[in-house]
Write a protein that binds this ligand. Structure first.
Ligand code: NAD
Length: 348
């Protein structure tokens, strides 16, 4: 497996591999760019099919964090960690503590946080062996939810602000009566469902596990859809909130939604998908712009800020997207391309 020649290498500053026989921990940390500050990004635990898949994931995610932090106006760089294994079966407290040791070897160049498969309790275990963690406490909650350090509520609120901006741009209207399909009703997806429901949207949901789907059906009147149909529904907005590659060669020409806007990182299987979405008349809210709420929350919780400034910053996601949508329309470029150019001006 090559790293420097990897198609996703993208000038990473540091890529570290770690194996601990005693706990079974196998992990990779990637730090993409620290020009604006230390690399901040979540730690994901996933049952990767092989190490190539894990490396691809961590490189793409960490690069995305550099762009995300720059676009959100934060003095942070981009980094990410992945742990090999099924979080429901393979995770142990000692493995999480050992991950703390691994994070500590980077001496603050990388600051970890929650991501898919990793909870606040896991980060607390890591913090026994490193101080370079975030998302373990909150000074305040912007929406009245429990302030436990979990960035998902802020992420969901930011995605909601972004979907509102996209709907306004395409339909010149609010969310009342709009149909939204959510793929993945986990920490972020379920909270997004609640915001959308409260704004009058009609929901369709799919997940590989039933708990989030059942909750959305029971509490928000959502309609359950199979995971292989959710992206193809005749709805106004498709919101990918599971893992990456939601827009790919298989579904790109069959999407009926006029907007793709959701929480997942790396929604486009390749850059070409962004161009195709534009050509097919579909407005895409670049993933790292719309899902920046979590990192914005962490940033505010770590600095001398307050709940009003945090909420204002989260709402700014809608404004940033509006700028991107207009610039993309005027230039004829894909929204993802326009976002990249704006971000690169900030961190390069
Ligand atoms: P999560 O693990 O709580 O939720 C993901 C959900 O997707 C789970 O319920 C899972 O069962 C489901 N899922 C996985 N594969 C699926 C598939 N093929 N089809 C349908 N459902 C599937 O994770 P989360 O914290 O809600 O994050 C969701 C996405 O948003 C991830 O891509 C994450 O990287 C991204 N994100 C999260 C945050 C955050 O604050 N948590 C911030 C920024 C970006």
């Amino acid at each position: 497996m090559s790293v420097f020649d990897h198609r996703e290498f993208a000038e990473h500053e540091q890529v570290s591999f770690y194996h601990d026989k005693a706990t079974g921990l196998k992990a990779i940390i990637a730090v993409h760019n620290t020009n604006l500050g230390p690399g901040l990004g979540g730690c994901r635990m996933w049952n990767y099919a092989n190490s190539e898949e894990a490396l691809t994931d961590v490189l793409r995610l960490s690069r995305g964090m550099t762009y995300k932090a720059a676009m959100a106006g934060l003095a942070q760089g981009g980094g990410k960690a992945v742990i090999f294994g099924d979080p429901r079966k393979d995770k142990t407290p000692d493995m999480m503590r050992e991950m703390g040791h691994f994070v500590d070897t980077l001496k603050g160049n990388y600051i970890t946080a929650e991501d898919s498969g990793i909870a606040v309790s896991d980060i607390l275990l890591m913090s026994e062996n490193t101080k370079h963690v975030s998302g373990t406490f909150s000074k305040y909650s912007f929406d009245g939810s429990i302030a436990d350090g979990n960035p998902a509520p802020a992420t969901a609120y930011g995605v909601f602000a972004g979907i509102k901006a996209a709907v306004k741009h395409v339909y010149q209207s609010d969310l009342q009566g709009k149909k939204v399909a959510i793929k993945g009703v986990g920490h972020v997806g379920i909270r997004l469902a609640e915001h959308l429901y409260n704004a009058g949207a009609k929901l369709y949901v799919a997940d590989i596990f039933p708990s989030g789907v059942n909750q959305a059906v029971a509490e928000f009147g959502a309609i359950e859809v199979s995971v292989d149909q959710i992206d193809l529904l005749d709805v106004d907005v498709f919101a990918p909130c599971a893992l990456g590659n939601a827009i790919n060669h298989q579904n790109i020409d069959h999407l009926k939604a006029r907007i793709v806007a959701g929480a997942a990182n790396n929604q486009l299987a390749s850059d070409e998908m962004g161009v195709k979405l534009t050509n097919n008349g579909i407005l895409y809210a670049p993933d790292y712009v719309i899902n920046a709420g979590g990192i914005i929350d962490i940033y505010h919780q770590r600095s001398d800020s307050n709940v009003d400034k945090l909420r204002q910053h989260l709402n700014q996601i809608g404004e940033t997207l509006r700028t991107i949508f207009v610039e993309a329309e005027e230039s004829g470029l894909a929204t993802a391309k326009v976002a990249d150019s704006i971000a690169e001006l900030k961190f390069k």
